[in-house]
Write a protein that binds this ligand. Structure first.
Ligand SMILES: CSC[C@@H](O)[C@@H](O)C(=O)COP(=O)(O)O
Length: 351
């Protein structure tokens, strides 16, 4: 790993050290520091504390993390190995509730173990390693495809708005919502990109503005409450966001504030695109109302960016990390399979 954000890997497996290596996203943009996570407790905490974050990156990290757990299960007995592996997967799965990519990746790893009965434990570990690295490589390939499909929706010189960070830092490469920006930039499209700062954790300010400007794009940071103004000014031709879970009816959970941006886009007649791998589609969740929305600590709103607490003692705080955008507000969902526009009667995707 190097210290240039664009050459850096969001996360990697260090085989020799038996570690999950991540760039600590809580330190960006001021410091590019790597963490070498070896224990399940460290990996759980890194996901929980958003040191590694963004739905696909959480899935990639969990896959590598659970492979590392498999290396520590010291038994030759398949049944005991499978039981302890399942317990470890359950533990990692409890780190964050909303992004379905976490359980999706862990399920893929568990399927490897289930299908490997009769093989030796070293053989199973090798299969798990291959699957974890495959999940990460697929993430890169899928994001690129999402970008290629999304490019059919834009023209050079357009103004694009994004919310939160669905960028390279939220995936293994390219990002989901930002893939169109990276691929367009390579073609000289000269987009004018606006990124919401994304209160309370500032993923837009700290991460999206950082990675897109490092890539040489024209990016302007705005406060969340300025989205209406830039739309009214006529500066936004399309909105691209990522997402954490797509329900079967096409409702989408993404970073808190996304639904407000979608409502504004509808008001101003601006297309609102959600970009996600098909692994983010959860056909077991019927509607957005069934999605578990993570509640985060109140200090994220009242304290973390300030020298002193920024509200009176005793004031109540509500801090949901995500909201649900109703499918009626979404122009299209862009996956690696193409541009989905016809989901008024629900999705038909099979996972
Ligand atoms: C390609 S990442 C898509 C989403 O995971 C992203 O938009 C988002 O909401 C991230 O939330 P975070 O709480 O930072 O993990």
């Amino acid at each position: 790993m190097t210290t240039n954000i664009l050459d850096m890997e969001t996360l990697a497996l260090d085989e020799e050290e038996r570690a999950l290596v991540i760039i600590d996203q809580t330190k960006l943009p001021n410091r590019a520091e790597y963490l070498h996570l070896k224990t399940q407790g460290e990996i759980w905490m890194a996901i929980r504390e958003l040191q590694v974050r963004g739905a696909p990156a959480i899935g990639d990290a969990a896959a590598i993390g659970i492979y590392l757990a498999a290396l520590e299960i010291d038994t030759d007995d398949y049944a005991e190995f499978a039981h302890r592996f399942h317990t470890a997967a359950d533990y990692l799965n409890s780190s964050r509730p909303t992004a379905v990519n976490l359980s999706w990746a862990l399920n893929r790893m568990e399927t490897v173990v289930k299908n490997a009965e009769g093989k030796s434990i070293p053989e199973i570990r090798a299969l798990l390693r291959d699957e974890a690295l495959r999940i990460k490589q697929e993430d890169i390939d899928i994001c690129k495809k999402i970008g290629e499909h999304a490019l059919t929706l834009v023209k050079p010189g357009m103004g694009l708005l994004t919310h939160c960070n669905a960028g390279q830092l939220a995936t293994a490469k390219y990002g989901t919502a930002t893939a169109v920006m990276y691929l367009g930039h390579q073609k000289g499209y000269n987009f004018k990109i606006y990124t919401d700062e994304t209160r309370p954790l500032l993923q837009g300010a700290r991460l999206t503005a950082y990675e897109l400007s490092a890539a040489g794009m024209d990016v302007t940071l705005i406060c969340d409450n300025m989205a209406s103004t830039v739309m009214k000014n006529g500066w936004i031709d399309a909105v691209f966001v990522g997402c954490d879970r797509v329900a079967a009816n096409g409702d989408v959970a993404n970073k808190i504030g996304t639904s407000g941006v979608a409502i504004l886009a509808k008001h101003y007649g601006i297309p609102f695109y959600v970009c996600a791998p098909t692994s983010t589609i959860d056909m077991n969740t019927p509607t957005g109302a069934d999605i578990h929305i993570e509640q985060r600590p109140t200090a994220e709103v009242t304290d973390i960016w300030y020298k002193e607490r920024m509200t009176a003692d005793g004031v109540k705080v509500y801090n949901p990390a995500f909201d649900v955008t109703d499918h009626e507000l979404i122009t299209a969902i862009v996956t690696e399979e193409g541009v989905l526009t016809d989901f008024a009667h629900g999705l038909t995707h099979k996972q």
